[in-house]
Design a protein around this ligand. Sequence first.
Ligand code: FE2
Length: 213
Amino acid sequence: MNISRIGGGPWKQNSFLITLDSSAILIDPGGQSQAILEALDNDCLTLLAIINTHGHFDHIGAVQDILDRTQSTFYISAQEVPIMNTTNLMRFIFKSKEKVRIPKIFSDLDVMPRKTNFGGISFELVPTPGHTPGGYCFIVGEHIFSGDTVLSSMPGSAELPGGDLQKLANSLSFLQTLPRDLVLHPGHGRDSSLGDALDASIRWLESSRPQHD
Ligand SMILES: [Fe+2]
């Protein structure tokens, strides 16, 4: 199995391409559709699935372009539909003129078995609400793809529409029950280990809590 990061774009969002033999799975294609399609073509890869940690505007920008050019299926929680529907409003607020086609057809992660398999690659689907209502992390072997639930030095924001700080804290508590040495691939920024990222995130949450006498 090989994992490659295709990052960049105005929000420096990370997409990840996981490959095994000629099969490929794509996580969170927020942009860079041309680079992703070239990576698939160059290595004669068959894209089986696009699987999203969540539906924020900066994580779905290339989904429909790639669905149009491949035979893949898009997987995301149905709870993310209202989030996806705000994509062009959020892009406008964040000063991007580029309109995004919002994918309408998807398979709902919420009704899938927690352990699933795409092209011989085993995925464990871990619901981690808080950054958004239907957020997920994905465990693949010794790796965890965390979207914006936990970044390398802080948790994701709970302040965008649909965010819930208490649910985010609960999700971080659950992630603390997983092996600390899982390799963390977050939705933005550099890789880390799950344990180090959680330590930093929990310190960050505690330091940002209102102080009382
Ligand atoms: Fe996000």
